[in-house]
Write a protein that binds this ligand. Structure first.
Ligand SMILES: [Fe+2]
Ligand SMILES: [Fe+2]
Length: 354
C-alpha cells in the first residue's frame, strides 16, 4: 500500500512532514531542568573520549555532493517515485526532529558538558536533514524546515523516555544506514539514487549519537533497573514494531532495492538488539515464533486500516477502528512475551564498519 496521495509541490511536501500519524516521526520537548542536573563526573573518561570524537568531526566535509551526483539522479516509475518521496520526507523529518530536540535542550540548559554534547549532535542532524532536503529540492519538493519547526505538533516526553527512545532511534538509524549501504555494495546495479552512497560514513554519526545516550543511561543506572524495565520493554517493542510496520508499507521501494523488507528488518533488528546489550538488562526474544507472527499481524492490520481509510464511508470508518483496536491488542500480546536476560550489560562496541 503506497502512500495514498502523491506529493506534487513544496507545500504538500511540508504538509506531509507536519502531519502526525501513528507511524510518522514526532518532535519532542522535555524537562530541561532535569537534564541540567546530570553530572558526568562518574564517567568523565568515557565522556571526554566521546566528546573528542565529536570535536574531531570526521564527517565535516562528508555531506557535500560530488560531481557524479547530479548525473545519477534519474526518473523513476510513478509508484516507486511516490514511495521514495515518502521515504525521503519521513527521513528528513526524523533527522530534523533530532536537530530540533538537541538544539532546544542546548538552548535551555546551563550545564556546560550537556550543552556541548547537544550542540554537536544538533550540528550533525542539521547536516543530515539538509542533505536529504537537497535531494527533495532536485524534484522541487523540499520541506520548509522553518515552517516544520513552527507547525509540527510537539510531544512532551520525560527525560527518561527521551533517553530510551532516542538511544534506540539512533542505534536503529545506524543499523539501517549501514545495512542499506552494504546491500548496495553487493548490488550496485540496484542503487537507483546517489544519496545511498553517503550512508556508510553517515552511519558513524548515528552510531556516535547512540553512544552518547548509552553514556547518559549509564550515568543514571536507576533507569536500567526495577520498574523502569517495563518502560525499556515498551520502547524496545514500540521502536522495533514501528520500523517493521513502516517498512512493510513501502513494497515498491524495497522491490527496487532488490530487498525483501522482512529480511532487511530482521537483520536491522538483530544488529540493534545486539548493540542494546551494552546498556539494557534484557533483549526482546526476536526469534520467538510469536514475535515474528505478531509483527506480521501488526503490519497486515496497518495495511488493512489504510485501505479502509481510502475506501471511506461508515464501513471504512468501522473497519479502521477495528484494525486500530486489533493493533493495540497485538502490541499488548507482544509486550508480554518472555524476554532474554542480559545479566552483565557490557560495553559492546560493534565496529561501525560492520
Ligand atoms: Fe541523523
Ligand atoms: Fe542521530
Amino acid at each position: 500500500m503506497s502512500p495514498a496521495v502523491a506529493v506534487s509541490n513544496r507545500e504538500e511536501a511540508t504538509s506531509r512532514a507536519v502531519a502526525t500519524s501513528m507511524l510518522s516521526p514526532r518532535f519532542y520537548r522535555t524537562d530541561y531542568a532535569a537534564l541540567d542536573r546530570i553530572d558526568v563526573t562518574p564517567l568523565r573518561k568515557e565522556w571526554q573520549t566521546l566528546l573528542d570524537e565529536f570535536r574531531n568531526d570526521g564527517n565535516r566535509n562528508h555531506f557535500e555532493r560530488d560531481e557524479a551526483f547530479a548525473g545519477e539522479v534519474r526518473e523513476l516509475p510513478p509508484e516507486l517515485f511516490n514511495e521514495f518521496l515518502d521515504f525521503l520526507i519521513s527521513s528528513v523529518t526524523a533527522e530534523f526532529s533530532g536537530c530540533v530536540l538537541y538544539s532546544e535542550i542546548a538552548k535551555n540548559i546551563k550545564n556546560p558538558e550537556m550543552r556541548e554534547l547537544m550542540r554537536f549532535m544538533a550540528r550533525d542532524e542539521s547536516r543530515h536533514a539538509g542533505f536529504i532536503n537537497k535531494s527533495l529540492k532536485d524534484y522541487g519538493l523540499n520541506v520548509d524546515l522553518a515552517q516544520l519547526t513552527r507547525d509540527k505538533k510537539y510531544t512532551y516526553f520525560a527525560p527518561k523516555s527521551i533517553f530510551y527512545a532516542t538511544y534506540l532511534s539512533e542505534k536503529i538509524g545506524y543499523a539501517r544506514y549501514i545495512a542499506i549501504f552494504r546491500h548496495f555494495e553487493r548490488h550496485p546495479e540496484k542503487r537507483f539514487h546517489p544519496i545511498f552512497r553517503w550512508f556508510e560514513q553517515w552511519c558513524n554519526d548515528e552510531f556516535r549519537h547512540g553512544e552518547a545516550f548509552a553514556l547518559l543511561l549509564r550515568l543514571n543506572p536507576h533507569l536500567l533497573r526495577g520498574g523502569n524495565k517495563l518502560w525499556i520493554r515498551f520502547f524496545l517493542l514500540a521502536v522495533f514494531a514501528t520500523m517493521y510496520v513502516r517498512d512493510h508499507n513501502r513494497p515498491q521501494l524495497y522491490e527496487a532495492f532488490g530487498m525483501d523488507p522482512t529480511e532487511y528488518d530482521t537483520k536491522v533488528l538483530a544488529i540493534t538488539s545486539e548493540i542494546t546489550k551494552q546498556v539494557f538488562p534484557f533483549t526482546l526474544d526476536l526469534d520467538h515464533p510469536r514475535m515474528r507472527a505478531g509483527l506480521d499481524r501488526l503490519s497486515r492490520l496497518n495495511l488493512a486500516g489504510l485501505a479502509a481509510r481510502e475506501r471511506g464511508g461508515l464501513s471504512g470508518h468501522l473497519k479502521r477502528f477495528a484494525c486500530a483496536a486489533g493493533m493495540g491488542l497485538e502490541f499488548a500480546r507482544l509486550y508480554f512475551l518472555p524476554t532474554r536476560p542480559n545479566e552483565a550489560p557490557q560495553d559492546v562496541r560493534l565496529s561501525p564498519a560492520w
